[in-house]
Ligand binder design. Structure first.
Ligand code: PGA
Length: 238
């Protein structure tokens, strides 16, 4: 079973555009046992997504807070569950770099997501500087171990080298394969591992087949429904 997860980030700007993308998904992505498609739109489009996708594509949140109540601007895992989500992305590098998210906060979020009955997708990955300094596995190990401290499966981990996100410079399948094996070695359970970072329909097979990943976390390419459906087709036809 492969997971093809769409991370729309803070896109698109209008409901009209969101409808267009969702209608495209609904038209070309059909439920299959071989692959699960998951859409993580901005929270304001979750209701619309639930209506249009009707369960053929599962829903996910892009972030959550670990508590509910007096936290203006935040959203709890329970609320995401109520909005129809089955998954929540946690610790995305943009949240780490632009919103001060840490391994500790990611850990709290993961626990809240699991408590709400949802599946967390923990994002890990080295920065360009860490890569140049030869610290890929150190960075990834810390993020995995601290992010998953006192957490029992089920979780999903997405390896997203930060330098490959939104740059068009995807990580080579060989390099991604080495990190995949490293993550398997440091995690005790069978955790599904996704690759993310400039993934598209052309390079999808190299991560899913050659590098052995269980799925992809797709940013930019997921905003084009034809391209996203193309990636899904690669996964389901493997
Ligand atoms: P990208 O983003 O596919 O645009 O590189 C991936 C992500 O940020 O999850």
């Amino acid at each position: 079973m492969k997971y093809i997860v769409a991370n729309w980030k803070c896109n698109p700007g209008t409901v009209v555009e969101a409808k267009k993308i969702l209608n495209g998904y609904a038209k070309s992505i059909k439920k299959t046992k071989k692959a699960a498609a998951v859409a993580c739109p901005p929270a304001c489009y979750l209701g619309l997504a639930k209506e249009i996708l009707k369960g053929g594509v599962a829903l996910g949140g892009q972030n959550c807070h670990w508590e509910a109540g007096a936290f203006t601007g935040e959203m709890s895992a329970e609320q995401l569950a109520g909005a129809g989500c089955k998954y929540v992305i946690v610790g995305h590098s943009e949240r780490r770099q632009k919103f001060g998210e840490t391994n500790e906060s990611a850990n709290k979020k993961i626990k809240a997501v699991l408590a709400a009955g949802l599946l967390p997708i923990l994002c890990v990955g080295e920065t360009r500087e860490e890569r140049i300094a030869g610290n890929i596995t150190d960075a990834v190990e810390r993020q995995v171990k601290e992010g998953l401290a006192d957490v029992a499966a089920p979780v999903i981990i997405a390896y997203e080298p930060v330098w490959a996100i939104g740059t068009g410079q995807a990580c080579s399948a060989e390099e991604a394969k080495v990190v995949r094996q490293f993550i398997i070695n440091i995690t005790s359970e069978k955790i599904p591992l996704l690759y993310g970072g400039s993934a598209n329909s052309k390079n999808a097979a190299s991560y899913l087949r050659e590098a052995g990943y269980d799925g992809l976390l797709v940013g930019g390419a997921s905003l084009d429904p034809k391209e996203f459906a193309g990636i899904f087709d690669v996964a389901k036809n493997l």
